[in-house]
Design a protein around this ligand. Structure first.
Ligand SMILES: *Cc1c(COP(=O)(O)O)cnc(C)c1O
Length: 481
């Protein structure tokens, strides 16, 4: 095994070059704060440091190593130019307390990004403040509540959520103080309209749907659903985290939604995973506009400014203007693509998923035999009976150089694998992934033990996943549990 940086340390070896001091030498650190013993830092040469970090990077899976078909997460390739613009000193070094007069460029970027998001969602208002998709959901549901309260319609205490929605949807509704009533979906993965009808009434504050749903299907009855919800006085929320399926093809505003959040860190190209930062802007219909968080970016008399004087606003959801660097990346991405480029994004996302689906569907169980959107579901039920389950298949994929798909989600499908190839993979990559899946299916038939004990080629084999998540230890020391 490769030696760790501390083990490579040799006293006296150096790898630093400090710039010449250009400020007066200070008195030094007050004695009571000064270190009594030297810090134990590794002493190595520059190349050893470079090798150390390369080595660590190689142990990890990432999109630049191979395809990352993690359903619902849109782990696509993010163009490097986005990083360049986000790092421009005018953006990156701008202090968030700088007054409007000296922040015109940043404000213009936020304003124009907001206008583009309104255009692609077909809605009338926007806030860039939420720092994640789930926070966008909470923002939206707070606005629903403000809307009903403002009309003195305060008996509405329930949000209806189909069972094909992302788990964050019922969680957000509950955190906002609502009861959650789960609406069933039918065998085609769409809303059970009769069940929905039986749950309607003037206790309904709104309906919250992930579209496309977590099984990768477009809700084809959405106009009917909208009609029913609006009839009973409820509002419509769409979880648009996976907007790469719809971009320029369909607009939530045209379907009658009052609020939609979009995950900039998925569709609009900010690398994510490992916890952020992200951005989940919300777009709203005319009737929710007054409740949007403050501040709002305003453009008047050729000047951009931050508007705080909005009496009906639900308030602030994040310090300053949210995660600004993510906004710069999204803006760059959209301006680079333009309308035709954005159309290619959604078309390729959908075509790639359908192509891959139909290449492997014969080898696995298929819960919904229908055209998918940007992702699709297969089940490892058949393989489980042969001796290796979905988890084992996910692990075995690592040996083939692919990241595992999303597994055991959505929970409505047993042994689920949710596969999202994304729009940035070409036909050769899709073919290679399909070949890997087919070959694993054959391995399960012939030698399930091989799959059950995978991965065989990675630095570490099977981790205790609960511990890895809850008791993460990233120290170089080899602690004994
Ligand atoms: C990722 C995702 C979310 C949550 O977004 P976060 O930014 O992780 O909070 C919500 N809904 C769907 C459909 C998603 O794919």
């Amino acid at each position: 095994m490769e030696k760790l940086i501390f083990e490579k340390s040799v006293v006296g070896r150096k790898a630093y070059t400090l710039p010449k001091i250009d400020v007066p030498l200070s008195e030094g650190i007050p004695n009571k704060f000064a270190r009594k013993k030297d810090a134990r830092l590794p002493e190595t040469s520059e190349i050893e440091v470079a090798r150390h970090f390369q080595h660590l990077a190689h142990q990890n899976f990432n999109i630049e190593k191979g395809m990352y078909p993690l359903g619902s997460c849109t782990m696509k390739y993010n163009p490097k130019i986005n990083e360049k613009t986000a790092a421009l000193p005018g953006f990156a070094s701008s202090h968030p307390l700088t007054n409007d007069e000296f922040s015109q460029g940043s404000l213009q970027l936020m304003f124009e990004l907001g206008e583009m998001l309104k255009e692609i969602t077909g809605l009338q208002g926007v806030s860039l403040q939420p720092a994640a998709g789930s926070q966008g959901e909470l923002t939206g549901i707070y606005m629903f509540r403000a809307y009903h309260q403002h009309r003195n319609d305060t008996a509405r205490d329930t949000i209806l959520v189909p069972d094909s929605s992302h788990g964050t949807n019922p969680a957000s509704a509950a955190i906002a103080g609502y009861k959650v009533d789960t609406i069933k979906t039918n065998e085609s993965g769409r809303i059970d309209i009769e069940h929905l009808k039986s749950r309607l009434g003037n206790h309904v504050a709104g309906f919250m749907i992930t579209n496309p749903s977590t099984v990768g299907l477009f809700e084809s009855q959405i106009l009917k659903v909208r009609e029913l919800i609006n009839e009973c006085g409820g509002l419509m929320y769409m979880d648009g985290a996976n907007f790469n399926a719809l971009l320029t093809l369909a607009r939530p505003g045209d379907m009658g939604f009052d609020c939609v959040h979009i995950n900039l860190h998925k569709t609009f190209s900010t690398p994510h995973g490992g916890g952020g930062p992200g951005s989940g802007p919300v777009c709203v219909s005319e009737r929710l506009r007054d409740y949007l968080p403050v501040p709002q970016v305003r453009f008047e008399d050729n000047k951009y400014s931050l508007e705080n004087d909005r009496p009906e606003s639900i308030g602030r959801f994040h310090t300053f203007n949210g995660n600004f660097g993510v906004l710069v990346r999204a803006y760059t991405y959209m301006r680079m693509l333009g309308k035709t480029g954005m159309r290619a994004v959604s078309e390729n996302a959908v075509i790639n998923a359908n192509y891959l689906f139909r290449k492997i569907d014969k080898y696995f169980d298929v819960p919904f035999d229908d055209h998918c959107m940007h992702e699709f579901i297969i089940s490892g039920n058949r393989q489980k009976k042969q001796g290796a389950n979905t988890k084992d298949i996910g692990k075995r994929l690592l040996d083939y150089g692919f990241h595992a798909p999303t597994v055991y989600f959505p929970i409505t499908v047993p042994e689920a694998m949710l596969i999202e190839p994304t729009e940035t993979e070409n036909k050769q990559n899709l073919d290679e992934f399909a070949d890997a899946m087919i070959s694993i299916a054959k391995e399960v038939e012939e030698n399930p033990e091989l799959v059950k004990t995978a991965p065989h080629s990675t630095h570490l084999r099977r981790l205790d996943e609960a511990k890895a998540a809850r008791m993460l230890n990233i120290s170089w020391r080899n602690y004994k549990n």
